[in-house]
Design a protein. Structure first.
Length: 111
């Protein structure tokens, strides 16, 4: 009798990166951010962050990763170059960072 494949164990809370991204984009828009995401990056520069967001005088670049996702070399390079610019904010966010994300995107706003 064949054995059944065991389901993959996932750490809680397990969230797919695409679902995390959609939720974050909606939240940012509700908080008044203009959000840009390249939906088909096959012809774009490798490693460019997932989200570019602007509100007032603030500019944020955010690379989103799942719980265990790792940065690729090109992503690390973009993050480093952008981090060298003093007037912008650069983040690497994971689902478990949600309290920090809310605080950052609210920026004094009450939602």
């Amino acid at each position: 009798m064949p054995t059944k494949a065991r389901p993959r164990k996932r750490r809680w809370p397990y969230v797919l990166e695409k679902d995390f991204q959609q939720t974050l984009m909606k939240y940012a828009q509700l908080a008044g951010w203009t959000v840009y995401h390249t939906y088909d990056s096959r012809r774009s520069e490798a490693g460019y962050p997932d989200l570019t967001m602007v509100r007032g005088t603030r500019l944020i670049f955010a690379e989103l990763k799942s719980h265990k996702g790792k940065l690729r070399k090109e992503q690390e390079e973009w993050i480093q170059r952008l981090s060298d610019v003093p007037s912008i904010e650069v983040y690497i966010w994971r689902p478990l960072d949600w309290p920090e994300i809310e605080k950052t995107l609210r920026g004094g706003m009450v939602l």
